[in-house]
Design a protein around this ligand. Sequence first.
Ligand code: ADP
Ligand code: ADP
Length: 230
Amino acid sequence: KSIIQARNIEKIYSNGCHALKNVSLDINRGEVVVIIGPSGSGKSTFLRTLNQLESISDGSIHIDEVSLTDRKTNINKVREEVGMVFQSFNLFPHKTALGNVVLSPMKVKKKARTVAEQEGRELLKKVGLAERMNNYPSHLSGGQQQRVAIARALAMHPKIMLFDEPTSALDPEMVGEVLDVMKSLASDGMTMVVVTHEMGFAREVADRVVFMEDGELVFEESPERFFSSD
Ligand code: ADP
Ligand code: ADP
């Protein structure tokens, strides 16, 4: 069964903007789906509906067979299972890298500090920041901050990771280090939905490329077909 089932989603913002039009997409466990499309086509809105940062106006979404529109569903629980990384890293400036990573496991999952920190150190190692755990965000490069943000999301042991233009705010020389972390996550079998303009990443890592235009999902293809010249 697909871990993400989005069926006939409509999203109309309160200002009348019709941001998603009959969008349906099924994503399998372990699949990496890259969403591309022009600015304003609904990519970010779609991503945010998948963890209920944005409610939908019509249609249905199931995450690991749990309906997001069912009033009985505990949305906070679903959000724990769907990690998200934004363009702007949004780290707490007064907390170290490790402090940022342990925050939710301690507050939300009630983990003991020692346990959360042990896991946090492992995660920061995994994203290549073993030497930077005690640095504050202001003493980290953009690429390093984004890797902390990824570690922070992973600390909740999500089943799915959403990435909304994770490298768009970075200086070009830092894009690679963030994409490398995402590649290694993909090869670990993480289910990932990635909005990005990085076509190299799409070609190398995506199982499917989905194109959005004017609120509609226009087509989906394997990267082999999408990037072939004919
Ligand atoms: P993309 O991520 O492809 O750039 P968005 O999902 O951000 O597209 O936006 C899709 C459309 O929805 C745009 O027309 C945008 O202006 C509109 N939109 C996005 N967020 C809001 C909001 N909070 N309120 C009203 N309209 C919004
Ligand atoms: P992006 O494409 O990177 O999401 P946008 O400039 O479209 O960036 O949106 C930035 C923020 O403003 C988002 O939180 C989005 O929801 C909100 N937003 C975008 N368009 C509108 C709109 N027409 N009315 C209200 N909020 C909007």
